[in-house]
Design a protein around this ligand. Structure first.
Ligand SMILES: Nc1nc2c(ncn2[C@@H]2O[C@H](COP(=O)(O)OP(=O)(O)O)[C@@H](O)[C@H]2O)c(=O)[nH]1
Ligand SMILES: [Mg+2]
Length: 229
């Protein structure tokens, strides 16, 4: 039997992966940095976004797509601070590209530097879905235990930044920031970590500076690429 080899020459992406790659490319061109925030429920994602918006105070423009199974409670919290659209999945445990696209349509033509996607509270399913983000940030609160990175390895392996929240509770809970970071680094040696407290504002300036630097790098690499071509 004759066999025929067909050289494809490129990765054949699934439609969802292709949609995510297209969104990332489009937003890179427009200078909009997409941050996908993942965590278990109640780790402090919305509080972190509230603190971010307050810290920037309009100095850097941000918009938010916020996902939940039900209710628009998070959008109600964030809307006074930044253009926000609530995405409700009606039960699905993670966000996917079609809902992100609907949310972007609802957001309308945005002039923004940062688009935050607050994912559904869940340390499992969201790990498998690229939403076109430039940066994936996993949030772990001090009340969840410092052993979680090793127990949910895919989420930490696919994230570039670990934000440890609720540092004000450290005196009351058995949680070591160093142990949590070391556990995450076993899985993802390059993971960058920041400890914050949304209530007191501790670490929020550092978190915002990290975001600004990451966006600057994206814009610089886009411009270098454009200059070469
Ligand atoms: N003590 C303390 N509580 C916090 C902090 N950040 C968030 N919380 C509380 O943690 C709970 C869940 O926060 P939320 O932002 O809704 O988490 P999300 O479900 O991940 O979006 C709320 O009751 C917040 O007030 C913090 O820095 N310190
Ligand atoms: Mg929330």
């Amino acid at each position: 039997m004759n066999t025929k080899t067909i050289p494809v020459g490129q990765d054949i992406l699934s439609p969802a992966k292709q949609a995510a790659a297209d969104l990332r490319a489009d937003f890179t061109r427009r200078g909009i940095f997409i941050v996908n925030i993942v965590s278990s429920p109640g780790a402090g994602k919305t509080s972190l976004l509230e603190a971010t918006a307050r810290h920037w105070g309009g100095q850097h423009k941000m918009s938010v797509l916020v996902g939940d199974l039900a209710t628009d409670r998070d959008a109600q919290r964030l809307s006074p601070l930044a253009p926000t659209v609530q995405l409700t999945t009606g039960g699905a445990c993670h966000l996917e590209m079609p809902l992100i696209k609907k949310g972007l349509e609802q957001l309308g033509p945005i002039e923004t530097e940062f688009l935050f996607i607050e994912n559904i509270g869940n340390l499992v399913c969201p790990a498998s879905h690229d939403l076109g983000e430039h940066l994936r940030v996993v949030v772990l609160s001090t009340t969840e235990g410092d052993d979680k990175p090793g127990k949910y390895p895919k989420m930490f392996r696919t994230s570039q930044v670990l934000v440890i929240t609720k540092t004000d509770l450290l005196p009351y809970v058995p949680f070591s920031v160093d142990s949590a970071v070391a556990d995450a680094q076993l899985i993802q040696p390059d993971i960058q970590s920041i400890a914050v407290c949304a209530r007191s504002g501790e670490g929020i300036a550092e978190w915002c500076e990290m975001l600004e630097a990451a966006r600057d790098r994206m814009v610089a690499s886009r411009d270098d690429h454009a200059a070469v071509h």
